[in-house]
Design a protein around this ligand. Sequence first.
Ligand code: NAG
Ligand code: NAG
Ligand code: NAG
Ligand code: NAG
Ligand code: NAG
Ligand code: NAG
Ligand code: NAG
Ligand code: NAG
Length: 501
Amino acid sequence: MEGMKLKRWLVSVLFLIVATVSNAAGAFVGVNIGTDVTDLPSASNVVAILKAHQITHVRLYNANEHMLRALSNTGIEVIVGVTDEEILGIGESASVAAAWISKNVAAYMPSTNITAISVGSEVLTSVPNVAPVLVPAMNHLHTALVASNLNFRIKVSTPLSMDIISRPFPPSTATFNSSWNSTIYQLLQFLKNTNSSYMLNAYPYYGYTKGDGIFPIEYALFSPLSPVKQIVDPNTLFHYNSMFEAMVDATYYAIEAFNFNNIPIVVTETGWPSFGGANEPDASTKNAETYNNNLIMRVLNGSGPPSQPKIAINTYLYELFNEDKRKGPISERNWGVFYANGSSVYSLSFSAANMSNANSLGSFCVAKDDADTDKLQAGLSWACGQGQANCVAIQPGRPCYSPNNVKSHASYAYNDYFQKMHNAGGTCDFDGTATKTTEDPSYGSCIYAGSANASIGGRSSSSTALGLGPVSPIGASLNLQVSPLQYLTSFISVILALVLS
Ligand SMILES: *[C@@H]1O[C@H](CO)[C@@H](O)[C@H](O)[C@H]1NC(C)=O
Ligand SMILES: *[C@@H]1O[C@H](CO)[C@@H](O)[C@H](O)[C@H]1NC(C)=O
Ligand SMILES: *[C@@H]1O[C@H](CO)[C@@H](O)[C@H](O)[C@H]1NC(C)=O
Ligand SMILES: *[C@@H]1O[C@H](CO)[C@@H](O)[C@H](O)[C@H]1NC(C)=O
Ligand SMILES: *[C@@H]1O[C@H](CO)[C@@H](O)[C@H](O)[C@H]1NC(C)=O
Ligand SMILES: *[C@@H]1O[C@H](CO)[C@@H](O)[C@H](O)[C@H]1NC(C)=O
Ligand SMILES: *[C@@H]1O[C@H](CO)[C@@H](O)[C@H](O)[C@H]1NC(C)=O
Ligand SMILES: *[C@@H]1O[C@H](CO)[C@@H](O)[C@H](O)[C@H]1NC(C)=O
């Protein structure tokens, strides 16, 4: 029993080291452009909106010529879509495939940077009768790309729903629904042979709402989980900080069960609706804002899910605009992040550099100048303990240790807590000892969370214990100047966390 806990703890620490070493370069969040919109802006206005928000990757559901032309010479990378209706013809005829490539892809290259073709949309679950021609269609398209000498630049894949994985939790035992065995096998073989990615549509919104209360909402929204609510895979002992990561990992394990490896996953759709009907209370602006901002932060941190820490989870948000013409429940028409006039439905930033500006007024939380020292000490202990702030940087020898006083350490810890928690309702108060400021408190090599400079200097120093629940309070509390009573309290809470988790 105790050995088991210790092992879990050690595995977490080991994983942490691996994750910290992994390279963050190149991770991106793009966006899907659905067009069932009454007042759809012109293609050039859509592109202007993309540029204004520094969006570098898009996925189209078809090969609309106006969009493909408007995207030329923008540097934006584009996935073009083969519609479900087109698959049959392409699957049955190599020359139809060649004509499709010539008209919809080759004609725009290289000025439009097409990097992938997505064949259909969740074909296995939405139009299963097309399944037998799916991989043949992909093969025909790939052959046509080879003939045009475009196969090294453009990859062919097909976005699949999480629904083809029968039991996604625990991730380590996930397998594809065996009714699709032969199609999945052919598909994985194709992806492997052509160095293409597996395209996954992963929706924690549905996982959460269909779970009927099994999962805490924090788990769906990437918000910090209290130790008692941590989700751990009993076989691997990996901690899952979000349902999104668990879904991606379940897919990696399902692929592995077919004895394929090194097929990276790209998430072609994920998101959260900002509005829904009376029976859809979780579709809210607050949840959508929390989910999408946390998602972007998570993806841009560059690490993969627990089983594949070195493979970034590149992701396309669903979706650019609310598609008011779609059928179904009210939430179905409210997944968009921008209005047609380009203003955002809620505050959202696609770029790591803009993250601190995302809520520009009062974006840092620091200790007040005249705060009582004992209260500051209590606030500091709480932030680094129960509050799960990452306090590594204020340990001796670390960049924010000096000046070694309670106020400076409290500022660092308060801010780290606040940056992680304010989307989930965390406040900047600490018994009246904290205040918000727009001025970046970073100095020298001490970079505060949320600083515009964090993506350059802060990554390695701030990465150490993020989100590891029971682990961070130990490391954080041991070296701080806390009273014996406070020390004992944190120690007991750590033991409790280990026993309860
Ligand atoms: C991001 O920052 C740049 C410059 O720092 C600014 O021009 C741009 O408007 C910002 N974008 C968003 C979406 O806030
Ligand atoms: C197109 O995208 C690829 C893949 O990221 C990149 O290497 C290349 O530089 C881009 N080309 C242009 C013209 O932007
Ligand atoms: C597997 O897929 C089949 C065919 O779509 C479906 O009838 C069945 O319910 C699925 N099984 C599971 C366990 O999801
Ligand atoms: C599908 O594949 C799995 C894993 O390889 C295997 O265990 C299962 O028996 C297969 N099912 C069918 C119906 O072929
Ligand atoms: C796939 O990648 C391998 C190794 O990087 C390379 O040798 C091979 O040519 C690539 N194949 C295709 C079809 O891109
Ligand atoms: C953009 O459209 C939305 C929704 O119609 C509206 O609430 C908002 O005020 C508009 N913004 C601007 C700048 O016109
Ligand atoms: C951020 O980096 C820039 C350029 O290196 C530097 O001029 C600026 O002072 C830094 N800001 C802070 C708050 O450290
Ligand atoms: C990225 O996020 C993961 C999962 O939350 C975390 O374990 C890891 O420490 C983070 N890495 C960095 C470099 O911030």
